[in-house]
Design a binder for this molecule. Sequence first.
Ligand code: NI
Length: 351
Amino acid sequence: LSALRRDIHRHPEIGFEEHRTSTLVQTHLASLGLEPRVLAGTGVTALIEADGPGKTLMLRCDLDALPMQEESDVSFRSRHPGAMHACGHDLHTAILLGTAKELMREKPERGRAKLNFQPAEEGLNGAGAMIEAGIMKSPRVDAVLGYHIWQGLPLGKVGALTGPCMAAVGRFRITVTGKGGHAAYPHRSVDPVVVAAHIVTALQSIVARNVNPIDTGVVTVGQIHAGTAFNIIPPQAVMEGTVRTFSKEAGRVIPRRVRETATGVARAMGASAAVEYVHEHDAVVNDARMAEFMREVARDIVGARNVVDAEPSMGGEDHAAYQQMVPGCYSFFGAAPRKGEAFPHHHPRFN
Ligand code: NI
């Protein structure tokens, strides 16, 4: 499994381009006596059937890497410039292949395990593509388990929780249009940079003043682009950011207030703002029975003292799409290094 994982790590492929990884998965599944099927271009599924009738449990992993340059010095570092497994999906894939091997060695007595090697988890909604391609049907999936290796959890621990687990994700783009001109004559222009700065500040009042304090939310502006030189007032400024929520109420209020705040502040300053808002996916909410099932299985494998309550994360996961359809549990496998520095997920030295 370690060799498999390192092979995948060495050849990272970004969302919907996981051709080598997909072939590797198919070859491995076929060697176990399974009949892999391709879905959504690079996704793979296979069915492990017991002799007795029963329910269908889907086990899901993600195949994709991130578009970034690896800077770690491990022997199996990325050979693909500009692509890196910096989130651990290489491990997720190896883990599910290992699970397939175990399930073929010792088949369940009843029911079925449906394996789901999903492409494009990183912001491209590979889960939606797999659902569209029919992953939840024939045979119909009754429940789902997903997992993420987790740098915030010590090695050997399994973290599970009931209820809200990972946040709903929205993204926005605000285009502020002013009037360009010479930097020395601001009174003859409408400076979109100053307007954008006010909008960024005002957006930070939304969580503080519009969301119920008992509830939670995040509004982050991650990009601001404007201007070409120190002595020019540019005509436009463009900002992009993300919204994270758990509750339906916050999920309604924040996008509305982002729109109102941006357009209102811009108008007050003589500019205009156009707001595009996209709801990427819902929150991952773990079913109580599935979470208890996951804990029970984990206790058997790593011992009761290594099964801990995970904390909810404002990170997002498109696994939410499956859990909208059937009961499920998304859990975390400890991956903090035993010694040395733990680089966070999506860091160029993540390992
Ligand atoms: Ni990830």
